[in-house]
Ligand binder design. Structure first.
Ligand SMILES: [Cu+2]
Length: 129
C-alpha cells in the first residue's frame, strides 16, 4: 500500500514537472536555428510572453535581426479571420515580445527574421487553451 502511494506521488510529480515546462518550439529558418518559448504551456487566451533566440550556422547568437511575430486565426463560423502583429525587442541574446491570443483554439504563428535585407520565416501552430 505504502509503495503504491509513493509510486503515485512520484508519477504526479513527473507529470507536474512535464506540464510546468515552458512551451518550446525549435525550427530551422534558412541557416538559422530558432527557438521560440512561451511562458505558459499550453499557451492561454490573453497575454503570453514570448522569447525567441536565433543562432547562425556556427551556433553564434544572432542579435542584430529585426524580428516580427504575426499570429492569426483563420475565419470560422461567426468569426472573421483575425490577424495580429507584434514586434520583438532584443534583450541580451534573446528577442522578447508578448502575444495576445483573443480566443482559444488553433492559431498560426509566423516569425519573420530580417537581417541584411533578407527575411526568413518560422511557421508553427499553437493550440491555445
Ligand atoms: Cu476563432
Amino acid at each position: 500500500m505504502k509503495r503504491i502511494t509513493v509510486a503515485l506521488f512520484v508519477l504526479f510529480l513527473a507529470v507536474g514537472l512535464a506540464y510546468a515546462k515552458d512551451y518550446m518550439v525549435m525550427k530551422k529558418a534558412g541557416n538559422y536555428t530558432v527557438h521560440v518559448m512561451m511562458d505558459k504551456n499550453p499557451p492561454v487566451t490573453g497575454q503570453n510572453k514570448m522569447e525567441i533566440s536565433i543562432q547562425d550556422a556556427t551556433g553564434a547568437d544572432v542579435t542584430d535581426a529585426a524580428v516580427a511575430v504575426d499570429y492569426s486565426m483563420p475565419a470560422m463560423p461567426g468569426m472573421p479571420a483575425m490577424n495580429y502583429k507584434a514586434k520583438a525587442e532584443v534583450k541580451g541574446s534573446r528577442y522578447l515580445t508578448n502575444v495576445d491570443f483573443s480566443m482559444s483554439g488553433a492559431w498560426n504563428v509566423n516569425i519573420k527574421i530580417t537581417r541584411a535585407g533578407k527575411t526568413q520565416s518560422v511557421k508553427f501552430n499553437v493550440d491555445v487553451s
